[in-house]
Design a protein. Structure first.
Ligand code: SF4
Length: 890
């Protein structure tokens, strides 16, 4: 601790505390205009000047550190004069009406505190201010009359988002802060993260659609698996604003979805009453009628066809507590292990590979390790679009010296920043990572010490991997051997090396195999069990990790535990036996439905018709069901076409509970507003139905906290994660007791299943989905920055103005060969279906390949994707579909 005297009083502070924070803590805060804790010290506004004994001149507190014995004065008459003069100069150039309109803004408050008025409206024009205005963006408005040149917008766009949209044009008196192209935000590469508006102290850049909140409620973002922490602003029962909160995950930053895409919550299309379909038409019903109807029909089906004729789907939209209750309902009330969730179609292959090889089916390291890695290996993931806050952190890590290897068929934004970009042919992951492993073994780049202490099977693996020398496989993968070797040398040579992967790894017939080849690389090079390393699946949805981890999986019990590990404990806590028969996963349920062997499905927050691959076959299967219960915010595509009952659910802003993010953090969501009409939280609906089906016992929780306390009983590694701790902390499990600090890095000294992990000899078997003369192009699918999954939420926000629909990205050479132009509609046909999509010419995609997203129900890209599935866990192969493109008829 350091001893420091501030304004005559002695204080003690930790050595690493910034001086500004120390002044705040000591009760002697100084004003600041150019400072933001998220940014590097700048020292530009001179408002935070303090006098330090021994220094000839005042020093800027934002840029100075603490020293033992320091003597500081913050409020001398000279300092007050300096600040007053600085502010007077700014005030003289400032539009007066702005102060009156928004007195709460930081700069306006400061002027008021110093008794200063701004220049009168209509006063003489002053030279350093530009009249630049931009009202063309759906979320951000710009009025540079208010710019005081603190450059916080410029710096936050550079230092946090890495987008370089705001720039200082010209110099001295003529300098102006303008978007990059000098004309508009939309034309300057803005990704609408809102960080500039968040940091601007004057409102020169401000949010257009947010209004002043009466109340702020801390919660977790509803969108991707990064799990950013935020504050939800509400007023008169409506969500009116969202702002970022500080947390280890997002460090005070959000993306366009987290910050702005909240208006869906009050869409007139929200369903506020239960509904029953009669004679092909929906009619509203009360909860009693709807629940009794479902209890009766489900009960009859179970009696008639047996418990394995019905199933339940949890989802990322539901909390941990709700997913726990959903699987408990399936197992205890219905008597079946037919329970699954949306993890099936994304990262079940990751969980399977990690559990099989390392003993824990989850990310090995925390996101905070990104800044500790010297090399980042990014495989089949496009985080600047799909996990934007993480993407921004990766970009900054590379700017700060980390090396980046990108393995992706497309030249993604991060590929522009990579030392090596392996633009492999889609579907070749296993071959490429085997080739990298072969290079590492052949060139002696293995970590011999780690192999000796922590790994088995090296002798057999060394023999096996010889067949995959880069020279043997590169051409078939669309790469050069030298590029593969360069990537391998970098990964093995510049450690610690952290691997992050996305759905480009898992949504293949060899999805699980692909992740296992990544784990092999980490085992060979010792990149496990230490900060800045590991194998880290980037989970796509807010609580997809939690949904599966809570037991919405036919072969896994809560806590990601196998039946062997946990059945006895679960049965003891539940006071009932688990069903003995193996359950069906979602693809298995639909297969049985298509055969007429499966009768009823309850979909909680999951639009399977639009989001599953091969939509035509999904539809044929759903058509066979006697009872489809859909529980959601909106009448989604599954409900519209096949639903018999609709239960209206409360949204993320309208309930309490926890989510689990991609790096194993359990984080609170909190109710900020009431649900519309009679919509109810999922946990309430599940409990009510259980009671009506004769199982009130085990479903009498008075709220999410009580449910969570039961989860902690059946999941020993989560026992220490009580709500009281989650109120103030964000903890990575395992956390077995209340005193445990959590575990950001797994497998430090041993793996979850033992001291050593075994290398896996994984042969590459190409997908049967091939191009031929009829289907000569390969279609790859993924996400975009502005939309999320089935689009039910984001298309009901102004994100639809930023990205109106899915686009078909095509290389200019392919478009020219087909006689198609940018923006034209094209008919895309696969062996399974067709869709009409607008073309976007893109240099980021190779000739012969296509890319599109799948968010837009009108275009329904999943009519094209194939029925092929991962060999081990049945995740669909969304990433490789042979298609042809034609000009649409008519
Ligand atoms: Fe939400 Fe993900 Fe964006 Fe964070 S990065 S604000 S979690 S969508």
């Amino acid at each position: 601790m350091l001893q420091v005297t501030i304004d005559g009083r002695i204080h003690r502070f930790p050595a690493d505390m910034p001086l500004l924070h120390a002044l705040q803590q000591a009760g002697s805060p100084v004003p600041q205009l150019c400072h933001d804790d998220r940014l590097k010290p700048y020292g530009g506004c001179r408002m935070c000047l303090v006098e330090v004994a021994g220094e000839a001149r005042p020093v800027a507190a934002c840029a100075a550190g603490l020293r033992d014995g320091m003597q500081i004065r913050t409020d001398s008459p000279a300092l007050q004069d300096l600040r007053h003069t600085q502010l007077s100069l700014l005030a003289a150039r400032y539009p007066g009406q702005a102060l009156a309109q928004q007195p709460e803004l930081p700069f306006h408050r400061l002027l008021a505190e110093h008794g200063l008025a701004a220049a009168a409206e209509g006063g003489p024009p002053l030279p350093i201010h530009t009249a630049f205005r931009d009202d063309g963006h759906p979320y951000l408005a710009v009025d540079m009359d208010r710019c005081i040149h603190c450059q916080r917008c410029v710096r936050i766009c550079d230092e946090v988002q890495g987008q370089f949209v705001w720039q200082v044009h010209q110099r001295g008196e003529r300098s102006q802060v303008l978007p990059r192209d000098g004309r508009s935000l939309l034309g300057s590469g803005c990704t609408a993260c809102g960080a500039c508006a968040d940091t601007c102290p004057t409102g020169a850049i401000h949010d257009k659609r947010s209004t002043t909140a009466e109340r702020w409620t801390r919660s977790t973002c509803v969108y991707c698996g990064v799990g950013c922490q935020l504050e939800v602003g509400s007023r008169a029962g409506r969500v009116v604003a969202v702002r970022p909160a500080d947390s280890p995950v997002n460090r005070g930053h959000l993306c366009v979805k987290g910050r702005y895409a909240f208006e869906f919550n009050h869409s007139p299309e929200r369903i506020g009453r239960p509904m029953l379909r009669e004679g092909g038409h929906w009619r509203e019903a009360g909860w009693d009628e709807a629940l009794d109807y479902v209890a009766d029909r489900l009960g009859r089906i179970v009696v008639r066809h047996g418990p394995d004729s019905v199933g339940v789907l949890g989802s990322a939209r539901a909390t941990n507590e709700e997913n726990y209750l959903a699987q408990k309902f399936a197992r205890l009330v219905l008597g079946t292990n037919n329970v699954d969730c949306c993890a099936r179609v994304c990262h079940t292959p990751s969980a399977k590979a990690l559990k099989t090889m390392l003993g824990t089916g989850a990310a090995t390291n925390a996101f905070d390790d990104i800044e500790q890695a010297r090399t980042l290996l990014l495989c089949g993931a496009n985080p600047t679009e799909s996990h934007p806050v993480l993407g921004a952190r990766i970009k900054q890590a590379v700017r700060n010296g980390a090396r980046l290897i990108v393995v992706d068929p497309r030249r993604t934004e991060l590929a522009d920043h990579a030392t090596v970009h392996l633009a492999l042919r889609p579907g070749c992951n296993v071959a490429v990572f085997n080739a990298m492993a072969a290079c590492i073994v052949e060139e002696g780049l293995v970590d011999a010490g780690f192999l000796a202490e922590r790994v088995t099977g090296f002798a057999a693996y060394r023999e096996f991997i010889r067949a995959y020398r880069p020279e043997a496989v590169a051409q078939a993968c669309g790469l050069t051997a030298e590029a593969i070797r360069k990537a391998a040398r970098l990964y093995a040579g510049a450690g610690p090396a952290m691997c992050m992967h996305g759905l480009g790894m898992t949504e293949h017939v060899q999805g699980t195999d692909g992740v296992m080849t990544l784990i092999n690389l980490a085992l060979l090079t010792g990149n496990l069990g230490k900060p800045g390393s590991g194998i880290n699946p980037l989970r796509g949805q807010n609580n997809v990790q939690g949904a599966a981890h809570m037991g919405c999986d036919p072969v896994t019990l809560p806590g990601g535990q196998s039946f062997e590990e946990a059945a006895e404990r679960v049965e003891r806590v539940w006071g009932a036996a688990l069903p003995g028969q193996r359950g069906l996963d979602l693809p298995g349920m639909l297969d049985r439905a298509a055969e007429g062997q499966f009768m009823a499905l309850w979909c909680i927050g999951y639009d399977i018709h639009q989001s599953l691959a091969n939509a035509n076959r999904t539809g044929q299967a759903l058509q066979q069901l006697e009872l489809v219960i859909v529980q959601d915010l909106f009448l989604n595509e599954t409900a519209k076409a096949f639903g018999h009952v609709f239960f209206p659910a409360a949204s993320v802003f309208e309930r309490d509970g926890t989510f689990m993010n991609a790096d194993r953090r359990v984080q609170r969501i909190r109710r900020a507003v009431d649900p519309p009409g009679e919509a109810r939280p999922d946990w309430w609906i599940i409990q009510e139905l259980a009671a009506r089906m004769g199982h009130p016992d085990g479903f009498r929780f008075d709220g999410p906290q009580a449910v969570w306390d039961e989860v902690r009983q059946v999941w020993p590694a989560g026992a220490g994660l009580g709500y009281d701790r989650l109120e103030r902390e964000s903890i990575n499990w395992p956390c077995p007791d209340e005193a445990h600090p959590g575990t950001p890095v797994l497998h430090r000294d041993r793996f979850a299943m033992g001291q050593r992990a075994e290398l896996a000899c994984i042969d590459f078997t190409p997908t049967p989905e091939r191009c031929d003369a009829d289907y000569p192009l390969l279609l790859n699918t993924g996400r975009t920055l502005y939309h999320f999954n089935a689009g039910t939420m984001t298309y009901r926000t102004a994100n639809a103005a930023l990205s109106p629909c899915d686009m078909l990205d095509m290389a200019p050479a392919d478009a020219a060969a087909l006689g198609l132009a940018d923006g034209e509609l094209a008919m895309v046909r696969s062996r399974y279906g067709s869709a009409v999509l607008p073309i976007r010419l893109s240099e980021r995609i190779k000739p012969g390949e296509l890319f599109t997203s799948f968010h837009c129900a009108d275009l329904w890209v999943n009519r094209l994707t194939s029925p092929l599935r991962d060999g081990q866990v049945h995740a669909p192969e969304y990433k490789v579909t042979a298609v042809r493109v034609e000009r649409p008829e008519g």
